[in-house]
Write a protein that binds this ligand. Structure first.
Ligand code: ATP
Ligand code: MG
Length: 389
């Protein structure tokens, strides 16, 4: 993308590869600004396809579908990490695409991702690449206990196994079909946090505030964003690290950088997502510019102004499990009672079937103070049968 590109103005058509909830919220933001939208996703009932002006129902690597997408759109973005590289390459010659294929490729591969962190001088967990039996056999003792992660296609803690010993590593690697993996040292986490950066083609970037995240069973459960959710020095370190990771990739678009804070206070980068992120959903209700509007602005080449958080915010993820609180037959959670609490904002993704572990929606809680946001969020969690935090 050239730096003197004219902005793509409202009235034009923007496209997104992928029709999940992130695509749906991108579509909402683009349409609110007056853009037309196209979603490419094979699923006729995809959350984004259902709300978009156009929905191309084709495979992500189908040349006809991609050609149609490129011919309809002035610019195309992605909403999931594992978009085939061929899809981005096929589009690149025909319309504006961001983020670029190279940045997506780095985020798609844990080994490349960690090499990139090293280039940026940002520490990550000690690790070894496990792609051959020799590499497996020579994994350093210091990496145990560790977590074996497939290099590609992992999300929500899938494709991961905790291993205590070299023997367990061998078994786990076999169970993963000896796919390319990384073995990471299991770190003593004090807390987890993330930063969302939006970077334009001119290299100018802005960011959302630092998000503090709680995971349960490898899936994000709660995000808390308010002043002093994380010590100031850590926040500054995380923001600087996220910026250098985006700059070094010459990234254009919205990027999420996930961090661990270790017992003892050291900051370590975990991974990046080349798109808006679950931990940034609070921004829709708590900031004057959301992560999805930032995605639209970066894609369209519009100016990036620093987002301002106007409310303390807590997000609760709503997994399909909530629909089964009463037993085998799915039942709607008590939405009316939850929405009677001031400052609650319900977001459901329009997925037809609730399943255990499936992300069905989230609840944003906004308030004038952190204490009020926490009190309301804890009441909402209790009504929904979610654990306190
Ligand atoms: P997603 O893409 O949904 O964020 P993922 O499947 O890529 O998740 P990771 O972010 O690698 O998974 O790990 C999921 C969670 O597991 C982390 O947020 C953290 O709670 C825990 N975890 C991962 N790696 C480590 C580690 N090296 N030490 C301690 N905990 C870890
Ligand atoms: Mg993660």
């Amino acid at each position: 993308m050239s730096t003197n590109m004219l902005p793509i103005l409202p009235g034009a058509t923007l496209g997104v590869l992928g029709g999940g909830q992130l695509g749906r919220m991108f579509v909402h933001a683009a349409q609110a600004m007056g853009y037309f939208t196209v979603v490419l996703d094979p699923d006729p009932a995809s959350p984004a396809g259902r709300v978009s002006h156009h929905h191309i129902q084709s495979a992500y690597d189908d040349p006809d579908g991609l050609r149609q997408l490129a011919s309809l759109c002035a610019a195309v973005t992605t909403e999931f990490e594992n978009v085939p590289a061929v899809a981005l390459a096929a589009l690149a010659g025909r319309c504006t695409v961001s983020p670029a294929a190279r940045a997506v490729a780095v985020a798609q591969n844990r080994a490349e991702e960690k090499a990139h962190f090293t280039t940026c001088g940002v520490p990550c967990a000690p690790y070894a690449v496990i792609e051959t039996p020799e590499q497996m056999a020579s994994a350093d003792q210091s990496l145990f206990p560790g977590i074996l992660k497939t290099s590609r296609m992992g999300y929500d803690g899938k494709g991961q196994a905790r291993v205590q010993t070299p023997a367990e590593l061998a078994t786990a690697w076999d169970a993963m079909g000896r796919a390319p993996c990384v073995l990471e040292q299991l770190l003593p986490l004090a807390l987890e946090c993330s930063v969302i950066v939006a970077r334009g083609a001119d290299g100018h970037s802005v960011h959302l505030p630092l998000q503090r995240n709680l995971h349960r069973d490898g899936i994000l459960a709660v995000t808390e964003v308010y002043e002093e959710n994380v010590p100031l020095a850590l926040m500054q370190q995380a923001l600087a690290a996220a910026k250098s990771i985006a700059d070094e990739l010459e990234y254009v678009g919205v990027l999420c950088v996930e961090f661990f804070v270790l017992e003892g206070g050291r900051l370590v980068v975990n991974e990046i997502a080349p798109r808006p992120h679950n931990s940034g959903h609070y921004s829709v209700d708590a900031c004057d510019v959301s992560q999805f509007e930032l995605q639209v602005r970066t894609l369209a080449g519009l100016p990036l102004t620093p987002p301002r958080q106007h409310s303390a915010a807590i997000m609760l993820n709503l997994l399909g499990d909530l629909w089964f609180a009463q037993g085998e037959a799915p039942q709607d959670p008590p939405w009316a009672q939850v929405l009677a609490l001031p400052g609650t904002h319900l977001h459901l993704y329009g997925k037809e079937q609730a399943r255990h572990g499936r992300k069905m929606g989230h609840l944003n809680v906004t308030a004038a103070s952190a204490a009020q946001a926490r009190s309301t969020a804890l009441q909402a969690a209790a009504l929904l049968g979610l654990p306190a935090f």
